[in-house]
Every structure is written in structure tokens, then in C-alpha cells.
Design a binder for this molecule. Structure first.
Ligand SMILES: C[S@@+](CC[C@H](N)C(=O)[O-])C[C@H]1O[C@@H](n2cnc3c(N)ncnc32)[C@H](O)[C@@H]1O
Length: 208
């Protein structure tokens, strides 16, 4: 199953299940990142249904996502079907880039980070949040055993077992953000952990 197809298939049920799986905390977690971003024009990368729009306002929001079915449910003023690896915008267009729960789905983190750097103005900031595994071997193994059981069952409850089995596997796709995002063109300003056992990570980066 391709990344794009996963989200096209579950667009109408995505927000509800996301909220249940995060015990209603997903918006609070997004806000820890949004509150540290500059005002002005923001690119919401992998915007999906626009769950973050309310807390990004009053910024001008440009929502980008490869799944038209997700974007059709998004009420942002500007919606663009595209992937993070090839953004159809001029250099230095945005004051901020925000991306929530997307990085596990990217084909290339490096290509996407290069594009984020290109479209940000100097002094602009990028805020990223995604799910991963807790730090520490024991907690990682415990979390992995838990999601192997819980996610397919949760997915089954909305008729999307395959999609949520994909989610379980995607949690192991990347190294921690301190490793994955360091040493690139954007300066890694801060990272922090959220959620039970710290399985949610957030990162703030700046273009010099
Ligand atoms: C888990 S959803 C998150 C949606 C939204 N950001 C939120 O916070 O609810 C992941 C989104 O990433 C999008 N996506 C998948 N591959 C992508 C890519 N290469 N570039 C940008 N977005 C991508 C999917 O279509 C989907 O809408």
C-alpha cells in the first residue's frame, strides 16, 4: 500500500481516529510547535484535513498535501496538491513551515528538508511534529509490542486495519529527530518529547 493511498482511503475517518489514538491530545501537541512559529504566511506541509488551521490563524495558511481527498476536507484559503520533496513555490516565500504527523510518510526526508530551507525566508522557522518510538531500549520494545496489538484493532474498528498496521510499522522508519534533523542547512534550535513515554517528538529549526 502506498503512502498516498493510505490517506486517500481514510480521509473521512482520519481526524476522529487520530483524536482517539492520541487520547484527545493531538491538538495540544500541535500547539506546542505552532506557538513558537512566526506570524505571517505559513506553509502547512502534509496539511491533510486542516486540523491545525484554527491554531495557525491569524497567519495566512497555504495547505499542501498529495492526497486530494484530504485537501477536499481542508478549509484553508490556499490548497495545493504537491509533495514535500518538490514544492511548487518560489524561494523565500514563507515566514514559517509547519508539518504535523507527516515525516514518517515522506519518500525522502533530506529532499523535503532541502525544499523547506529553500521556500523559507531568511530568519524563517520550521516546526515539525511526528510520532516515533520512546527513547531507551526497554521503552521502545514495550511501545512496539503495544502498537503491534492496539493499532490494528483500532484500525479494524473503522474498517481500516491495513492502514493502521501500516502506521505501526511507520513508527520505526526514522532515527530520532536529534539525529535525523541535525547537520542540515536549517539550524536545529530545539527538540522536545510529548505524550505517554515520549513517543511524540517535536522539533524547531531556523533558516539563518
Ligand atoms: C497523518 S496525516 C497528517 C495530516 C495533518 N498534518 C494533521 O496534523 O492532521 C499525514 C498527511 O501527510 C500527507 N503526505 C503523505 N506523503 C507526503 C509527502 N511526500 N509530502 C507531503 N505530504 C505527504 C498525507 O497525504 C496525509 O494527509
Amino acid at each position: 500500500m502506498s503512502n498516498g493511498k493510505v490517506f486517500s482511503d481514510i480521509a473521512d475517518r482520519y481526524d476522529r481516529l487520530n483524536s482517539i489514538l492520541s487520547l484527545g491530545q493531538d491538538q495540544k501537541w500541535r500547539d506546542t510547535v505552532v506557538s513558537r512559529l512566526p506570524k505571517g504566511t505559513v506553509l502547512d506541509l502534509g496539511a491533510g484535513t486542516g486540523a491545525v488551521n484554527e491554531i495557525l490563524e491569524p497567519r495566512r495558511i497555504v495547505a499542501v498535501d498529495p492526497a486530494p481527498e484530504m485537501l477536499a476536507l481542508n478549509h484553508a484559503g490556499d490548497r495545493v496538491v504537491a509533495v514535500g520533496e518538490a514544492l511548487p513555490f518560489a524561494d523565500a516565500t514563507f515566514d514559517a513551515v509547519f508539518s504535523a504527523y507527516v515525516f514518517r510518510n515522506l519518500d525522502s526526508v533530506d529532499a523535503t528538508m532541502a525544499e523547506i530551507h529553500r521556500v523559507l525566508r531568511p530568519g524563517g522557522m520550521a516546526g515539525i511534529i511526528d510520532l516515533g518510538r520512546p527513547e531507551g531500549g526497554f521503552k521502545r520494545r514495550l511501545h512496539s509490542a503495544g502498537t503491534a496489538v492496539v493499532l490494528p484493532i483500532a484500525g479494524m474498528s473503522i474498517g481500516a486495519r491495513e492502514e493502521y498496521t501500516y502506521l505501526h510499522h511507520s513508527l520505526d522508519k526514522h532515527p530520532p529527530p536529534e539525529t535525523m534533523l541535525a547537520g542540515g542547512e536549517l539550524e536545529l534550535v530545539d527538540t522536545w518529547r510529548l505524550g505517554p513515554m515520549g513517543f511524540v517528538w517535536a522539533a524547531l529549526l531556523e533558516k539563518s
